[in-house]
Design a protein around this ligand. Structure first.
Ligand code: ATP
Ligand code: MG
Length: 336
């Protein structure tokens, strides 16, 4: 990836191993990760295990889920030779840069982050400082690689903005060090909503599993969850304000089939929600089928997965060190 003749744009994104990714993660982020990994860009993808410590997972669960998440990335079809796929904690430069950046972040700007407010309301028993500094570690993830584009869902837009603000401040104070990253937000899948409360985003940490479709749910479970998705009483498949449940299902269907909202409205003209839900369920099952079988195959080959993770960490570490050294030097930290 370092010796390409024409320098490609750099893409970086990360996902926390807090649970099996949902259809929201898939349509909002992972599907774009896969598409972007196919040649046009130099991509780095990470399992953000350090970030997930903010919700204090059971150590055994974290270990298992980290490898599972790594397998999920490869099962999407992301080639670990053409791209850099790694586990965040294996590259210590992330935590190191995070400290430099936290000294360039104002308390007030971090306090404005809506994810911090949401998550501290949801988990009042564990409002740790890591939850507060989460976006600074995320800024380090991105800025270490001189990233051009960050494929994310809408919910992470504010975090990308703060990463740019921090980078800009560092560059102003110490001289040009970091590239300012741009978000890459896919249109329709950017904000998949909970099936049970379509005003809230679908989240893999939702305590009610009926609210989300996990990428590894059995086909019959997917069908059941979509059939029991909350809708409205109009019984007409159309995209409109106030029809959050139907809008959400239309977004999902559109992402899985490539059909526009107009085409979907025509397809289900005169039909009820039952027919529509069956079609959505079928489309989701088909979309996830190849991924699921590849995941199962990879999980039976742990030595291959760890070997890939080792190579990924080594390649990411080399790139990260360049930026870290530059940043450390600029701040005036004494160099040996
Ligand atoms: P958690 O509840 O643990 O924060 P999460 O589902 O929000 O889990 P993350 O690991 O925080 O998942 O995010 C991974 C990626 O998925 C991010 O790019 C995020 O923007 C995207 N994403 C998360 N939820 C959705 C959603 N409902 N719709 C679209 N994209 C989403
Ligand atoms: Mg999240």
């Amino acid at each position: 990836m370092e010796n390409t003749a024409i320098k490609k744009k750099i893409v970086l994104s990360a996902i926390q191993p807090t649970g099996t990714p949902t259809l929201g993660n898939y349509l909002g982020a992972l599907k774009n990760w896969k598409d972007m990994s196919e040649g046009e860009y130099d991509c780095l993808y990470a399992v953000a295990d350090l970030h997930s410590l903010t919700v204090r997972p059971e150590p055994a669960d974290l270990r298992r889920r980290t490898l599972e998440m790594y397998a999920i990335l490869l099962a999407l079809g992301i080639d670990p030779e053409k791209n850099i796929v790694f586990i965040q904690s294996h590259v210590p430069q992330h935590a190191q840069l995070s400290w430099l950046l936290s000294c360039c972040t104002q308390f007030g700007e971090a306090a404005r982050m809506t994810q911090f407010k949401d998550k501290s309301e949801k988990h009042p028993e564990n409002v740790n400082v890591g939850l507060f500094t989460y976006p600074i570690l995320m800024a380090a993830d991105i800025l270490l690689y001189q990233t051009d584009f960050v494929p994310i869902g809408e919910d992470q837009k504010q975090h990308l903005e703060i990463a740019r603000d921090i980078a800009e401040r560092f560059n102003t104070v110490y001289g040009n060090t970091f590239k300012l990253p741009e978000p890459f937000i896919g249109k329709i899948g950017a904000r998949v909503k909970s099936l049970q409360d379509p005003t809230q985003k679908m989240s893999k940490s939702d305590p009610n599993p009926k609210g989300y479709i996990s990428m590894l749910d059995e086909d019959s479970v997917i069908v059941k969850k979509i059939k029991s998705a909350v809708t409205d009483s109009e019984a007409k498949v159309r995209y409109a304000e106030g029809k959050d449940g139907i809008n959400n299902l239309m977004g999902i269907y559109s992402c899985c089939t490539g059909k526009t909202y107009d085409e979907i409205e025509k397809e289900f003209d005169g039909k009820g929600y039952g027919d529509f839900k069956s079609a959505v369920a079928e489309a989701v099952v088909e979309e996830l089928r190849p991924f699921k079988s590849e995941f199962n195959r990879l999980m039976n080959d742990k030595s291959y997965l760890t070997k890939c993770a080792e190579i990924g960490a080594e390649r990411a570490g080399r790139l990260a060190q360049r930026t870290l050294s530059k940043a450390m030097k600029k701040t005036g930290l004494f160099q040996l």
